[in-house]
Design a protein around this ligand. Structure first.
Ligand SMILES: Cc1cc2nc3c(=O)[nH]c(=O)nc-3n(C[C@H](O)[C@H](O)[C@H](O)COP(=O)(O)O)c2cc1C
Ligand code: SF4
Length: 525
């Protein structure tokens, strides 16, 4: 009897050991690489979670920032699994004020592609050439309207940055460096937007002052397509940042140009300009010295800055090439609750106010508008495009695609999936080459859905979806057109006539249009 029991125990122990070894060395699941064996518990709970939650805890649309349905859509898209939903919507659309409805057309100009998988690999370039209006030597048309938002090496692990950069290369989108400079993890083929924050990481001298020569060197040594001056971010405007000493590894120190193992502080304000006029001078200086388009990233609060900026652009001809508007609902590695919850307007409200200020001065066609703040979901993105976005940025949705489970521990350095941590053991769980494919799949699915919705609205490209194609529900019995909600005049929200013509040409040359069944003999007569 004892021998049999010992035999069983030995067999069980060796099975457990085999599972542990397999978990440790498999590449698909970061959680299992980091938490062999016990990580399976999460998958078990995830598998039965919807059923349990349905009766006990939360519904599919209750969790935040991203609901279960939204996360399931991102995960399934990233794995190229079935991302459809059965039975019909479980959103409470009839009773949710502010719910957007996209208005399809019955006989649209653009004929939708018919096969479900059509447009999976669609090319979806930006409808504007960034920097063209100001004659920048390196003006360019971004190849993708969906791009990766700023997240620094420091807030994310090196492996996460590498996965995003490789994913950017696979999906032909741009990868914003965030304000932490360029590291070796950024050099895997993805083209970059170099972000310049208040600490001038990656382009500063030993005393922390901005250094133009360093900027030119860093830009020349990497595939940088544009510069983005960070004024603020939706989740924490007017706040600086601190990367605590234990996180400042040799690699982070090298990318940022700061001493290793010491607290790394980002001030709240820039030292190179002190008002809107000197900001514009600096924009022109950077553009002249590097040849690159130069933009700004900002959250929206008080509107004085935007009035002043557009007045000066109109009067002097100086100007930013792109404006990235980040919504107050946007993400961060770490911030005080009052800032994440209450400071700065949510995306739609903030964006519409800023866009209108540009449009009222006739400047909206010269500047590319980029939106951020949970826009990595097709419904939110479509409203963004209708309001005048030329491109959208995705941050947390890209994190989900590379394995983030919304544990919301990014500020503790204990991220269980290796995404937002500098802990080498946890980061090891995230295998960049595998996750790169996932994030690329997710970006491509976003583009496909955007094209399909654009075609349903009768146009060839999401940038051509107008405010007339979206209504905002006021409840069960009334709706208001988007242009009325945000006070848009006719034509606002669209690129110039020339840009519209060119993007239609690019879309129809590159992609076959949809078809119907052959006409019956009587219809053909
Ligand atoms: C972990 C993390 C790090 C971030 N780091 C930066 C940064 O360095 N610079 C910046 O401008 N925004 C930063 N952001 C904000 C994002 O770029 C983005 O604007 C915001 O999260 C909204 O996009 P989302 O809703 O798709 O996440 C960060 C966000 C997260 C989640
Ligand atoms: S800590 Fe949680 S929310 Fe943050 S990246 Fe990791 S899994 Fe995602």
């Amino acid at each position: 009897m004892g021998r049999i029991f010992r035999g069983f125990a030995a067999a069980a122990a060796s099975s457990v050991a085999a599972v542990v070894v397999r978990d440790l060395f498999q590449h698909k699941h970061a959680l299992l690489r980091n938490f062999p064996l016990i990580g399976h518990g999460r998958y078990l709970i995830e598998a039965v979670g919807p059923e349990l939650r349905q009766y006990i805890v939360a519904a599919n649309n209750e969790e935040r920032p991203f609901t279960r349905d939204q996360r399931r859509w991102v995960y399934a898209s990233a794995k190229k699994e079935n991302n459809y939903f059965g039975f019909g919507t479980d959103n409470d659309m009839e009773y949710t004020p502010g719910y957007p409805i996209i208005k399809h057309r019955t006989f649209p100009r653009a004929v939708p592609r018919s096969a479900p998988r059509a447009a999976r690999e669609v090319d979806l370039p930006c409808a504007k050439v960034i920097g063209a209006a100001h004659g920048r030597p390196s003006a360019f048309r971004p190849k993708s309207v969906v791009n990766m938002s700023a997240m620094s090496f420091g807030s994310l692990s090196g492996n996460a940055i590498e996965a995003l950069n490789r994913g950017a290369a696979l999906s032909d989108c741009l990868h914003n460096t965030g304000e932490g400079g360029i590291s070796r993890y950024h050099r895997h083929g993805g083209e970059l937007i170099f972000q310049i924050g208040t600490a001038y990481f990656g382009c500063r001298d030993a005393d922390g002052r901005f250094n133009l020569d360093k900027l030119k060197d860093v830009v020349a040594g990497a595939p940088v397509r544009a510069l983005e001056i960070k004024l603020s971010q939706g989740a924490k405007p007017s706040l600086g940042g601190l990367l605590p000493a234990p996180k400042v590894s040799a690699e982070i120190a090298a990318a940022r140009g700061v001493p290793e193992g010491r607290d790394c502080v980002s001030p709240t304000r820039h030292a190179e300009f002190s008002d809107t006029d000197s900001l514009l001078d600096w924009v022109e200086l950077l553009a002249a010295e590097t040849g690159l388009p130069v933009g700004i990233k900002s959250a929206v609060g008080d509107l004085d800055f935007w009035h002043e900026l557009t007045d000066l652009m109109q009067e002097t001809g100086r100007g930013v090439d792109f404006v990235t508007i980040d919504g107050g609902e946007g993400g961060t590695g770490a911030a005080p609750l009052i800032f994440t919850d209450t400071v700065s307007l949510p995306f739609q409200l903030g964006f519409a106010q800023v866009y209108r200020i540009f449009a009222e001065r006739g400047l909206h066609e010269q500047v590319a508008f980029i939106g951020g703040g949970k826009l990595g979901l097709p419904d939110n993105a479509v409203v963004g495009f209708a309001l005048g976005c030329d491109m959208i940025n995705v941050a947390r949705e890209a994190m989900l695609a590379i394995g983030c489970i919304q544990a919301q521990k990014c500020h503790t350095d204990t991220c269980p999936t290796g995404v937002a941590t500098q802990n080498t053991w946890l980061a090891r769980g995230l295998v960049p080459k595998d996750k790169a494919v996932r994030v690329a799949n997710y970006i491509k699915t976003m583009r496909r859905d955007l094209v399909k919705v654009a075609e349903a609205c009768g146009v060839e490209h999401p940038g051509l979806i107008s405010t007339e194609s979206v209504d905002i529900l006021d409840g069960r019995t009334a709706s208001t057109p988007l242009y009325e909600v945000y006070g848009y005049k006719p034509g606002m929200g669209l690129p110039s006539a020339a840009d519209r013509e060119e993007i239609v040409r690019l879309m129809t040359v590159a992609e076959p249009q949809g078809t119907s069944a052959p006409p019956s003999p009587s219809a053909a007569d």
